[in-house]
Design a protein around this ligand. Structure first.
Ligand code: F6P
Length: 360
């Protein structure tokens, strides 16, 4: 009997804990005497000829790699294969090349570690290419539905909270307002948790429209009524200006990413309160860290469960964290239920009860 051969890839923006998932998959699959093929740069390695991949063995995964941020397989968050940007500016469906690559490698199944966008692409590829797919949710944004946890979120939260811990003493030393802009795309999960964990006075989320006068009033209250000489403000990157426009940075090639709303809010706070204000945009620092223990644990449990699902032939499923257990849910459902902040949920209520201004 030939050995079972499975593929594994990381897709979308990187985050801490990806290598820990890869390690768990390789270890669990090796226990079953399977062969694991690491596909390089998401699906991009399958578009190239020769195909780009590496055979992953247990020996490669002493515990060193598990401690590293990033992904040893590489990843990409562009180049949708169904609408692949060609050098002449046109878009081409190159999905067949990927499917051919998977068949050429003799992969019985693929474990895809990705966020909602990557999972949607992989799912369509699996349906068209008739290969088994199991997904592992990862994203610092924690916006994948049907799971309480995605790999990478806890580490990003740790980094952002540590940033607030570092900003507080300098704010207090200089009588300043410190604005910290954090990532998260359209979901304010990082901002909300960071703000509570790091003792913010104001948290602004894309899910809750804000009034800048209320933000200013809170900061004036901190200074005049509470007699405190500093204030901390956390702003999620997709928060809009009061006029309703998102702040984005344009990179080479015309690509746009959120970034810069913190400066806009900081300027308004300074104008309206007279408080000296400084702004920190945390950016990719939130992604590049060594995974903290809870991310390593989730990664290990997810990796093992993904291998079990492949062994059981249970495909089109995503592993998920629910009630202290790892379960599996349909990828379709997970993608359909994008998880933004519940504005009436426990964390928002907690923030409000602590007197944190949510901008409204
Ligand atoms: O989805 C993860 C994320 O880090 C977002 O929080 C952020 O908006 C985006 O990716 C940044 O993308 P890029 O790495 O392409 O700059």
């Amino acid at each position: 009997m030939t050995r079972k051969r499975i593929g594994i890839l990381t897709s979308g923006g990187d985050c801490a804990g990806l290598n820990a998932v890869i390690r768990a998959v390789v270890h669990a699959a090796t226990e079953k005497n399977w062969e694991v093929i690491g596909l390089e740069d998401g699906t991009a390695g399958l578009l190239d000829r020769p195909l780009r991949y590496k055979v992953l063995t247990k020996e490669m995964f002493d515990t060193t790699i598990m401690r590293l941020g990033g992904t040893i397989l590489g990843t990409t968050n562009k180049g949708n294969p169904f609408q692949f940007p060609m050098p002449d500016g046109t878009l081409k469906d190159r999905s067949n090349e990927i499917i051919e690559g998977i068949h050429e490698l003799g992969l019985e199944a693929v474990i895809g570690i990705g966020g909602d966008g990557s999972m949607a692409i992989l799912r369509t590829l699996a349906q068209r290419g008739k290969f088994g797919l199991v997904c592992v949710p990862k994203t610092i944004d924690n916006d994948v539905g049907r799971t309480e946890m995605s790999v990478g979120f806890e580490t990003a939260l740790y980094v952002a909270t540590e940033a607030l811990d570092r900003l507080q003493p300098t704010a207090a030393s200089h009588d300043r307002v410190m604005v910290l802009e954090v990532m998260g795309r359209d979901a304010g999960n990082i901002a909300l948790s960071t703000g509570i964990a790091g003792g913010a006075d104001v948290i602004l989320l894309p899910e809750i429209p804000y009034n800048i006068d209320k933000v200013a009033a809170k900061i004036i209250k901190v200074r005049d009524t509470e007699q405190r000489n500093f204030a901390l403000v956390v702003v999620s990157e997709a928060v809009k200006t009061v006029e309703g426009s998102a702040k984005q940075m344009e990179y080479a090639g015309g690509e746009k990413r959120f970034g810069g709303i913190g400066y806009h809010i900081g300027e308004q706070i300074a104008q309206k309160t007279g408080f000296e204000t400084r702004v920190t945009v945390l950016g990719h620092v939130q992604r590049g860290a060594q995974p903290i223990p809870s991310d390593r644990l989730v990664a290990a449990a997810f990796g093992v469960k993904a291998v079990e699902l492949v062994a059981d032939g249970k495909f089109d499923r995503m592993v998920a964290w629910s009630n202290r257990q790892v379960i599996d849910v349909s990828i379709e459902e997970a993608i359909a239920s994008y998880q933004t902040v519940d504005v009436n949920g426990t964390l928002v209520n907690t923030a409000r009860a602590l007197g944190i201004c949510m901008g409204d």
